[in-house]
Structures are given as C-alpha cells and as structure tokens.
Write a protein that binds this ligand. Sequence first.
Ligand SMILES: [Mg+2]
Length: 254
Amino acid sequence: MEDIIAIGFDLFNTLITADHGAIKGATQRLILSLEKSGFDLEHEAFKRAHRESAVRFIEETRKEGRETHNRFWISEALGTQGHTVSPDDPRVAKAVDAYFSAFFDHCHPIPGTVEMLEKLSGRYRLGLLSNFTHGPAARGIIEHMGFAPFFEVILISGELGYCKPHPMVFHKLAEALGVQKNALIYIGDDPLLDIEGAQEVGIQPVWTTYVKDRDIPYTPGIARGQTKDPEDTVSRISTWDEFLSLLDGKIKRD
Ligand SMILES: [Mg+2]
C-alpha cells in the first residue's frame, strides 16, 4: 500500500444518512420558532418561499465554491410574508438552531461506522470534511453520533467560507492533519464534490456507494442533477468491510 497516513471522511451519505422526515421535521420546527418569536406566517406560502430562496442562494454561492447560510433564505422568506428582518437578527439565529435540532432525531449512523472509526483511529489520523451551512449543527450531529472522539480534525464548510469541491477546503484538510496530500485519502459519496474535488488537488479518493446501492433517498440538501459516476480507476466500496480490506491491500488501482 502507498504510504497512507491519514483518511478524510465526508459526513452525509458516507458516515450517516438522514431519513425522509428530516427536512419536514426541520421546517416545522423552524416555523414554530418564528411564530414563538412573534411572526405571523402563512405556513404553505412561507415553506414554498423558504425552499425557493434556499435553492437560489445555494446555487448562486456554490457556483463560486463559497458556502452560504440558512439565515439568508429565512430572512428572505420572512420578507415575502411582509416581515422585514435582517439575516443577522437573533430571532433568525434562534430559528436556524430550531431547524437543525430536528436533525438529531432524523440522522442515523450507517451500520458499523463507530466500530470502523474505532479500528482506524489507532492506525491513521482521521479527519472529517463536510459541506454543511451551519457549523454548530454539524458539530452537534457528529457529537450526537458518537464520532467526535475519533477525529483529530473536523472541518465544516459553513465555518471555512468555502465548500467542496473548492480546492481550498481540501488543502485545509491536509494542512490541519499535518500530512502531504499523497499520504491522504478522502472517502465520500458524491462524484463531483468528493471524488473530483479530492482528485483535483492530488488526494486519492475512495467512492462509497453504500447509499446508492441501497436506494436510500438523498436527504438533506437540494437535489442536484444526475452526476456522472467516477472513472473505473477510482476505488469503490459499498460496506465498511470492503473499505477495511481496501486499506489492507493495495489501495491504488491504476
Ligand atoms: Mg455526502
């Protein structure tokens, strides 16, 4: 095996899945929080405006590789209901936390993940790099899943200002782990964000198709167009056992 010293992991659909109820539950809590703060809302219209605004902000900002934040689309959706509120209003911050609190109930570790991390943490430096708008929520989920003790480095796009596949976040991962990029592998489910992103900066990618192979619906996030599968030269795993044997054997396939 190449001299791999460190492994970087994606979060959603790599280590955890979010079930169908995540976005629905989160939106309900968001509305409840805003109503508690005194905003009068027409629920269906607000939900529609919130979703449309989120899609637009995410598409626009991510085009340049920058990360955005929920406070912008919550503020804009409130505006459509006649409430002029700054994205930095504390009532909006409270609503963001309420929104993501639902994720604790709707996120589930992929079976065997804690055991896999436990095994690998003795042999490699482990890092986590996630595209997630709200850093505190991502960190809360990682903690809640019991993953936190295994990671030397946890990087969240919402805190970095940039998101995958921007090279900056992968540079940051290698730097934070204190390794050269050719001593690092990165495992994720998304052909563009994770696989191409890592390849672009010289990090060896591993494609996990756990979710794809089991037809688990992709939540959370905004549905993107069909992405092309990575080239055959990219290592592919569907279970943690396969990942462990890949690490034990020759990981470089070309
Ligand atoms: Mg993912």
